[in-house]
Design a protein around this ligand. Structure first.
Ligand SMILES: C[S@@+](CC[C@H](N)C(=O)[O-])C[C@H]1O[C@@H](n2cnc3c(N)ncnc32)[C@H](O)[C@@H]1O
Length: 289
């Protein structure tokens, strides 16, 4: 395992993923009944943007960095899209000093712990021992959290269905292994088989090497109703051209998430575009609600 998210935190893919996640949480919280957030690939929870690792790639500057000016002031989107990303900005503000350049970007556990309620439950699973150690430092004092140091595929099987019968499951692999695309879709399938009413999000990279097509094809083959695919390319995807974009397969996206994403997507694409070939798409792979 060589992948460390600290090199990539706050990039365009994180921006998309975390905005979607927070919108989903907001809709799940419309009912009083608590739910489980299972973060199968949690990372560390919070990332320094000026640390050695982030400075090596500076990926965040073409991600979250495009939403703030150098003094740390928000550069707003058009009104409707800006209103929809307000929860994401709110959490970012909570880990940065007012009136100062951005210094930190939350990971998925950081976003979740900021917005989830006292009676919601959070399982944070991370396999890498160093990142798990950092995650533990970040989250272990939070009484909503159970920390697990193990393989995501096992976590998905072990913790579903949750007793609450409500939940959001994030599957966010690092795609280092040859067969990881198929393994990721298998995790989605295993999770859905145990918990068919849960909301699931599977993140994947778009790199021009065919992985995103494998994911989409295999996700479609699961024939799960209410399966939505969104994709945001910041440039044209070409073989060996690096991370040109990312996508999410969403199962049971809580209403009206799909409509909101249709509204935010083009605005995010415009803000994050790096060259011609930037594109936004939203497609139902299974029947729409
Ligand atoms: C893309 S990062 C996660 C980012 C995080 N979800 C976020 O949004 O801030 C993927 C994480 O999965 C971890 N990982 C890799 N293989 C894993 C496995 N088989 N089971 C659990 N975690 C794994 C990596 O160490 C890495 O921290």
């Amino acid at each position: 395992m060589n992948y460390r998210h600290v090199y990539h935190a706050g990039n365009h893919a994180d921006v998309l993923k975390h905005i979607v996640m927070l919108r989903a949480f907001l809709h799940l919280q419309k009912k009083d009944k608590p739910f489980l957030f299972l973060d199968a690939h949690a990372g560390t929870g919070l990332y320094a943007l000026w640390g050695d690792e982030a400075l090596k790639t500076l990926e965040w500057q073409d991600g979250v960095g495009r939403f703030y000016d150098p003094s740390g002031k928000a550069v707003p989107l058009a009104a409707e899209a800006e209103a929809l990303i307000a929860p994401w900005r709110h959490v970012i503000a909570s880990v940065n000093a007012t009136g100062q350049p951005l210094s930190h970007y939350p990971g998925s556990p950081g976003f979740a712990l900021d917005v989830l309620r006292q009676n919601d439950r959070v399982i944070l699973n991370e396999l890498h021992p160093d990142d798990h150690g950092k995650l533990a430092e970040f989250a272990q004092r939070d009484r909503r959290v159970v920390l697990v140091e193990g393989d995501a595929a096992i976590a998905v099987k072990a913790h579903l269905p949750p007793p609450e019968r409500r939940g959001f499951i994030l599957i966010d692999p690092s795609y280092e292994r040859e067969d990881e695309a198929r393994r990721a879709v298998q995790m989605l399938r295993d999770g859905y088989r145990r918990f068919a009413t849960g909301a699931f999000a599977l993140w994947y990279p778009v790199t021009g090497d065919g992985l995103s097509e494998v994911i989409a094809k295999e996700a479609q083959a699961l024939a799960i109703p209410k399966t939505l695919k969104i994709e945001l390319l910041v440039r044209k995807a070409v073989p060996e051209g690096g991370l040109a974009g990312s996508g999410l397969i969403l199962i049971n996206p809580p209403w009206p998430l799909a409509d909101e994403l249709a509204a935010i997507g083009p605005a995010l694409c415009e803000r994050l575009r790096q060259s011609d070939g930037a594109a936004w798409s939203l497609d139902w792979l299974g029947a729409e609600i």
